[in-house]
Design a protein around this ligand. Structure first.
Ligand SMILES: [Zn+2]
Length: 255
């Protein structure tokens, strides 16, 4: 009898867990537009790698998280706008948000002895991706340089070299991915790279917007709550392919 009760209780817990799982909303709602789909890994040397993924136009953050997990990406989480707002008002300016770590509102790129940090976006994307035009807009921020470099020119040692690659990665659910590696204290970035998926970006506007978006992540920004910025949480029709004034001013606060 005791055994039967235990079996019943175990079965009841399993049913309850299943019910909770089914009850998790899989549909899009307005908070999802600001969501951040990411994966954090603590490396053997104590440094931290964070990957952030931009959902394809027809994929919700929840769906993307499921697809990433099924494809073997570890520790996938979806942070909502509520989580990000809770980080502190200091992490935001108007509609713009910094990309916080577990220890700071804003992680920085080192100056490497320069008057301001220099980011070289090493453009190994196909000609269809307007990386140069996206970089030019970010480079209007005076405190940090954003420069497109061709593969033949390479990166200078005075700059941080951020690899940008495009390919048809297939139906991954993401149009762009940026990963950044932080020091163990999660206060400085030591390297970063950007991947752009031809499969999910059909028009030049979508490609431009996605490139602008991922570069903004590499610069240290999180999602902007306005569709007037390329840092809006996902690609939607009519959104801007440029950073907005808040994105730029927020970077100027830290550099
Ligand atoms: Zn994003």
């Amino acid at each position: 009898m005791k055994t039967r009760n235990r079996t019943f209780i175990a079965a009841a817990i399993a049913v309850l867990a299943g019910t909770i799982g089914i009850a998790t909303p899989a549909h899009a709602d307005e908070t999802e537009a600001f969501a951040e789909v990411s994966s954090v890994t603590v490396n053997a040397d104590g440094t931290v790698t964070k990957r952030i993924f931009t959902p394809a136009p027809d994929v919700t953050p929840t769906e993307l998280a499921r697809m990433l997990t099924e494809s073997g990406v570890p520790n996938v989480v979806v942070h909502t706008e509520g989580d990000i707002s809770a980080q502190a008002a200091a992490c935001s300016l108007g509609t713009a948000r910094t990309w916080p770590t577990s220890t700071t509102c804003f992680w920085r790129w080192a100056y490497k002895g320069q008057p301001r940090p220099i980011l070289h976006f090493l453009d190994r994307t196909s000609a269809a991706w307007p990386v140069g035009r996206a970089a030019t807009e970010w480079n209007t921020v005076s405190g940090i340089d954003s420069i497109r470099r061709t593969p033949s020119a390479g990166c200078l040692s005075s700059a941080h070299c951020i690899d940008m690659v495009s390919a048809n990665y297939g139906n991954t659910g993401w149009v762009g991915e940026t990963w950044v590696r932080w020091n163990a204290a999660e206060t400085y970035a030591t390297s970063a790279a950007i991947y752009l998926n031809d499969y999910h970006a059909n028009t030049e506007t979508e490609k431009w917007t996605a490139a602008c978006h991922e570069m903004g992540h590499a610069l240290g920004l999180d999602h902007n709550t306005s569709t007037g910025s390329c840092m809006y949480g996902k690609l939607v029709a009519g959104m801007s392919k440029y950073p907005n004034a808040n994105d730029k001013a927020l970077l100027e606060r830290y550099y």
